[in-house]
Design a protein around this ligand. Structure first.
Ligand SMILES: Cc1cc2nc3c(=O)[nH]c(=O)nc-3n(C[C@H](O)[C@H](O)[C@H](O)COP(=O)(O)O)c2cc1C
Length: 224
């Protein structure tokens, strides 16, 4: 007979695992079936930005999914200062109010980032740093764009930052190399097949993690 219990599992931890399994089994029937809320963060805010073209392409694919409800967090619409404060002024609070409730309500995020100087834009760092619990125990997927690198260096810089905030980053990304040339003047991708396939993979992985983490958090709050 094969030994199924690792020798390193103590009697105490085995009993905790059994208790946890029972807790999950009892609670699974009551896990919310509401569509997952996905916040799409448009990370660039510079004048003349290309971001909205990629954002519209992405949003069209997210909106095709009946299991997802989407909120848009466009950093061009919120003027978040780089100086953080525990007691923001009324003016700063008003800017935060444009983004914080959407982050708090999200089950999952898609961060749309360009690459600036081999990293991601300051606007995105500011959004991340103004928040904490809003990111915690939630999955984050990335859609990136830029020049030759397609924004991949921006994505790799975002992963450890979000890990610090207890977010879970999704392996697969969608990236647009030399993005400006890939879309026509009406914002349509000139050759969409591979990007559409990558978007499906990304959304499938994000959805899996979002359901898994929503279910787990409904059984036990994260960290308890
Ligand atoms: C300040 C700045 C730095 C950039 N640095 C890079 C870079 O390091 N690598 C790259 O591939 N593209 C780089 N680019 C090109 C941008 O990724 C590209 O223009 C993209 O469209 C910018 O996104 P946005 O138009 O939405 O702001 C840079 C652009 C700017 C404005």
């Amino acid at each position: 007979m094969t030994e199924t219990t690792s020798p390193s599992v103590t009697a105490e931890s085995a009993s905790s695992a059994a208790e946890l399994a029972a807790e999950f089994a009892a609670a699974s029937a009551s896990v919310s079936a509401a569509p997952l809320r996905v916040a799409v963060v448009i990370g660039s805010n510079r004048e003349g930005r290309f971001g909205p073209v990629v954002a519209e392409w992405l949003l069209a694919r997210v909106r095709e999914r009946t299991d997802l409800a989407v909120d848009v967090v466009d950093l061009a619409d919120a003027d978040l200062p780089t100086s953080l404060s525990f007691s923001p002024s009324d003016a700063v609070s008003a800017e935060l109010a444009k983004v914080t409730p959407k982050l708090a309500a999200a089950d999952a995020f898609i961060v749309l980032t360009p690459e600036y100087n081999h990293s991601y834009p300051a606007s995105l760092k500011s959004l991340i740093d103004w928040h904490g619990a809003e990111w915690q125990a939630k999955p984050v997927a990335f859609v990136s764009y830029g020049g030759l690198s397609g924004g991949l260096r921006a994505v790799e810089h975002l992963r450890p930052v979000l890990a610090e905030l207890h977010a879970v980053t999704i392996r697969d990304t969608v990236s647009f190399h030399n993005a400006g040339a890939l879309f026509d003047d009406a914002g349509n991708h000139r050759d969409p097949a591979s990007a559409d396939a990558a978007a499906k993979t990304l959304l499938d992985q994000l959805t899996w993690w979002a359901w898994a983490l929503r279910s787990a958090k409904e059984v036990r709050p994260y960290g308890s």
